[in-house]
Every structure is written in structure tokens, then in C-alpha cells.
Design a protein around this ligand. Structure first.
Ligand code: C2E
Ligand code: CA
Ligand code: CA
Ligand code: CA
Length: 274
């Protein structure tokens, strides 16, 4: 009965307080985490429906905290950025991805996500380049960047990306269409691939605007001679529409959820025998 007397503002302030305390706790655990032990990586297949082959896998970070349990990357990546830990997280993910990439068939490439700080800092890029070099050849690591990550300093971003290209990595522009001035980035950055954001696929069967955007983007990529990956494909119906619009390389639950390295290797072994 007492609760009912409380005004909305009080309830809201209460919840706000709780959320802040929760964020502080996650930050604290992240600060004190043994990243090498607590962060692991999963792999999500990218599949070309035109050739019926897997082309590569995206590397997705998972944090298993002994105190908090599994924390989603949607939660801990922004916090790691906020508290200045993101470079360490990126390097941990990259080190693990490099180790796994050595065990994969030659044509399979792994894509690692970079954050704004990784691309915007010469020191961070030097560390990443160092890990790539240290791993020796062959290196089969590509990188994904977002538009918001390159916005702050396009010149530094360009020079960072050129460093990675020189080491044999390819660059994908992630979440294409959701940022600002996407076409400026296509024009000004050395890209090998565009990844169309999942939000354009969600309603693809009914939404003519989404259909037009996908069609135009696949054409743009074809004209530029770069590849186009469409994210978030969950159903056969969506796939049929997308293929009709010219999209062939797909990443989404329809072709597999993120899986561990052993499952990925088994998936690839099966593909080679058919
Ligand atoms: P993202 O880079 O856009 O990665 C794709 C996300 O979409 C992944 O979520 C993936 O599991 C999910 N996804 C893939 N296919 C489907 C689908 O068909 N349906 C639906 N509903 N979802 C799908 P995840 O693994 O939770 O990662 C979320 C975000 O966290 C990533 O979005 C990325 O921005 C960030 N992230 C993950 N790992 C890293 C990392 O190592 N470094 C950085 N900087 N960011 C990371
Ligand atoms: Ca990504
Ligand atoms: Ca994406
Ligand atoms: Ca997305």
C-alpha cells in the first residue's frame, strides 16, 4: 500500500539509481577482470549463396565474468570504451582470433571488430599492427569499422586503415546505412566490403523502401568492385527477397548463430566433403 503512494518521479529516480549502481559495478568488474581468461570469442558464418560456400566468419566477443556471469557485448563494449579499456579488449580478441585463424582453411578469413579508439589512435593501431606482424604469415584477419568510429578524425582513420591494408587485412564498413553521411565514408576510405545493417532486413518482405535501399547498395558495391554482406538474415523468405535484389553474401541466424571454434571447424570440415 505504501508503494502506491509514491509518485512516479520517486519510482523513476529509484530505478535510475539502481541502473547507475549496476553500471558502476560492471565497470568495476571490467577494470579488475583478467581479460585473457574472462573474454572469449565466438564465430558467425558469412555464407555466399551464389557459390554455396562459406567465405569467412565474424569474430564476436563474449565476457564471462566470475561475478556477473555472461555480459552482452552490447553492454560491456561501450563501457570498455568509456573507461579506456577498449584497446586491451580489442587486443585480447585479436590475439585469440589470430591463434584460431592459423588452424583454418586458407580461404577462410576472420573479421575482427574495431572501436573508435582503436582507429583514432596511432598508438592503438601500432599495437594491433604489432600483433599481426608477430603472428607471422599467413595472416587471415580482416577488420570491421563503423561510421561513428571514423567520424571523429577521418585523416587518422585513413592512415590507420592503410597500415592494416599494408599488412594484408581487408576493411569492411559495418552497420552501413545507420550512421551519418555513409556515402562520404565510402568515397573517402579504403574499403573492401560493406555490411548492410540488420535493420534493413527486418521488414524486407513488406517494406519497399528497405528493398530499394538493399538493391541500390548491392549495385553500389558491384560498381565499386567491393563485396556486400547482408546482416541479420533469419528466414528463407527474407533470403529469397534479398537474392532477388542482388544480395548474395549473407550473415545471419539462417546460416548459423555465433559458435565456438570447434563448432566452426566442424562446420567447415563438413562443407569440404560435400
Ligand atoms: P555487430 O558488429 O553488428 O555484430 C552483429 C551482431 O548481430 C551480433 O550480436 C550477432 O550475434 C547479431 N546477429 C547476427 N545475425 C543475427 C540475426 O540473424 N538476427 C539477430 N537478431 N541478430 C543477429 P552480438 O554478438 O551480441 O554483438 C553485438 C555487438 O557488439 C556487435 O554488433 C558489435 O558492435 C559489438 N561487438 C561484439 N564483439 C565485439 C568486439 O570484439 N569488439 C568490438 N569493438 N565490438 C564488438
Ligand atoms: Ca561487426
Ligand atoms: Ca553489424
Ligand atoms: Ca548491426
Amino acid at each position: 500500500a505504501k508503494r502506491e503512494c509514491r509518485g512516479h518521479a520517486v519510482v523513476f529516480a529509484d530505478r535510475h539509481d539502481r541502473e547507475i549502481r549496476k553500471v558502476r559495478q560492471i565497470e568495476h568488474e571490467l577494470h579488475t577482470a583478467d581479460l585473457d581468461k574472462e573474454i572469449h570469442i565466438l564465430f558467425q558464418r558469412q555464407f555466399d549463396t551464389a557459390t554455396n560456400r562459406t567465405t569467412g566468419y565474424e569474430v564476436l566477443a563474449r565476457w564471462n565474468s566470475p561475478v556477473l556471469g555472461e555480459v552482452s557485448p552490447m553492454e560491456f563494449i561501450p563501457l570498455a570504451e568509456h573507461i579506456g579499456l577498449i584497446s586491451k579488449v580489442t587486443q585480447t580478441v585479436l590475439r585469440k582470433a589470430l591463434a584460431v585463424s592459423a588452424t583454418l582453411p586458407k580461404h577462410i578469413r576472420l573479421s575482427v571488430n574495431l572501436s573508435a579508439h582503436d582507429i583514432g589512435s596511432a598508438t592503438a593501431i601500432k599495437a594491433i599492427a604489432g600483433l599481426l606482424k608477430q603472428a607471422g604469415t599467413p595472416r587471415r584477419i580482416d577488420f570491421e569499422i563503423t561510421e561513428t568510429a571514423v567520424m571523429r578524425d577521418l585523416d587518422q582513420a585513413n592512415s590507420s586503415l592503410l597500415t592494416l591494408l599494408a599488412l594484408g587485412s581487408r576493411i569492411a564498413l559495418d552497420d552501413f546505412g545507420t550512421g551519418h553521411s555513409s556515402l562520404t565514408h565510402v568515397q573517402r576510405l579504403p574499403l573492401d566490403r560493406i555490411k548492410v545493417d540488420r535493420s534493413f532486413v527486418t521488414d524486407i518482405c513488406n517494406d519497399r523502401t528497405s528493398q530499394a535501399i538493399i538493391k541500390t547498395t548491392t549495385e553500389l558495391c558491384r560498381n565499386l568492385g567491393i563485396s556486400c554482406v547482408i546482416e541479420g538474415v533469419e528466414t528463407q523468405e527474407e533470403l529469397d527477397v534479398l537474392v532477388g535484389l542482388g544480395g548474395t553474401v549473407i550473415q545471419g541466424y539462417l546460416f548459423g548463430r555465433p559458435v565456438d571454434a570447434d563448432t566452426m571447424l566442424a562446420q567447415l570440415a563438413r562443407e569440404r566433403t560435400v
